[in-house]
Design a binder for this molecule. Structure first.
Ligand SMILES: [Zn+2]
Length: 352
């Protein structure tokens, strides 16, 4: 079968090649790939900046934002041939640490977790893949290809759960949420926050085009420019850019008793920015900065429920490009108006 593979740590090694059928040890459920979303992590792995091949292998099958159709559900009940499923990405560490031991592998304490398509387990960019039944999440068949948005939605559901958990430390009635960055994660954050009934604002560099349109279509308010220019102090900020200046401004602008949730992974930042000044702001306003990554099974369940409640036409506009596997290189390149690019392996047949 064909798969998109890469030699982690070496830039320019991504290729579409023939690989053996998935090993039965990878799980009892055999799945035919429908589509795989491309995200910044995939680009970083293809650039040789991140990623680990499985032990004993030099190459890694890329891809962690999956959608597939069950070909063989295996002996366990629950799944049927033809079901649309998405594969959970992270697996608990083998020790396991206390958090992995209780199923909170997203909060792994020792870093020895593994991740499909990223860290030591093959990903989903292959024509067929296998998965353990307990890590296959069934998606509403009416979502069709939109099921490929489930994995990024889980990241946001976890982040918002963290925000609420922090908020519960005191009397807390959040009214305004600011999302910084209108990429797929930012837009899905806006969508999920909107479902919660709060006033949603999204800030991004783009002044025109699809991103402002999608924010307004949601009924949220779009801002371009600086966080410091906003005329209100958000109760919650979900930071999705990873950009130093946006993070610094968010710390300053956050309302008292507020929560700033960091989901973006960047580097560097403003050299002249004083950490103690940021700390003083946080102290005097009782603010909390919380980092959030990955998701556990509870978040997958909640994300799957949330995704079905979002407007289908709006969700479908998030998928701005579909590429065939042979055009994976184009899929790994960003154009300014791209939101989510997916590599489509097969089409979805209508349910019988
Ligand atoms: Zn762990």
């Amino acid at each position: 079968m064909r798969a998109i593979t890469v030699e982690p740590g070496k830039p320019g090694t991504a290729r579409l090649e023939d690989v053996p059928e998935p090993d039965a040890r990878e799980g009892a459920v055999l799945v035919e790939a429908v589509a795989v979303g491309v995200c910044g992590t995939d680009v970083e792995i293809a650039e040789g900046k991140y990623g680990w091949a499985p032990p004993g292998h030099s190459r890694l099958v890329l891809g962690h934002e999956s959608l597939g159709r069950v070909v063989d559900p295996g002996p366990s009940g629950g799944l049927r041939k033809g079901d649309l499923v998405v594969g959970i990405v992270r697996r608990p560490d083998p020790v396991p640490c206390p958090n992995c031991a209780v199923g909170e592998w997203d909060m792994c304490r020792n870093g020895q977790y593994t991740e499909r398509g990223i860290k030591q387990i093959h990903g989903f960019m292959s024509e067929r893949w296998r998965i353990e039944p307990e890590y296959a999440v069934k998606v509403d068949p009416s979502l069709g290809i939109l099921g490929v948005l489930l994995e990024p939605t889980t990241v946001i559901v976890k982040a918002l759960e963290q925000v609420v958990a922090v908020g519960q430390r005191c009397f807390w009635e959040p009214k305004t949420v600011l999302v910084t960055g209108a990429g797929p994660i930012g837009l899905l954050a806006a969508g999920v926050a909107h479902l919660a009934g709060v006033e949603v604002h999204v800030l991004d560099r783009a002044e025109t085009g699809l991103k402002p349109e999608l924010v307004r279509a949601l009924g949220a308010t779009y801002h371009s420019g600086s966080v410091m220019d906003l005329e209100f102090e958000p109760d919650v900020i979900v930071e999705c850019t990873g950009a130093g200046s946006v993070i610094a401004d968010s710390i300053q602008k956050l309302g008292a008793g507020g929560v700033l949730c960091l989901t973006g992974v960047g580097g560097g930042g403003l050299s002249g920015y004083a950490v103690a000044d940021a700390a003083a702001k946080a102290v005097l306003k009782n603010n909390v900065l919380v980092g959030s990554v990955n998701a556990n099974k509870r978040h997958w369940y909640k994300a799957s429920e949330g995704l079905t409640r979002l407007d289908r036409r709006w969700l479908s506009r998030l998928i701005t490009r579909r590429e065939r596997p042979e055009n994976f290189k184009q899929a790994l390149e960003r154009s300014p108006d791209d939101v989510k690019v997916v590599i489509q392996f097969s089409t979805i047949l209508e349910q019988a």
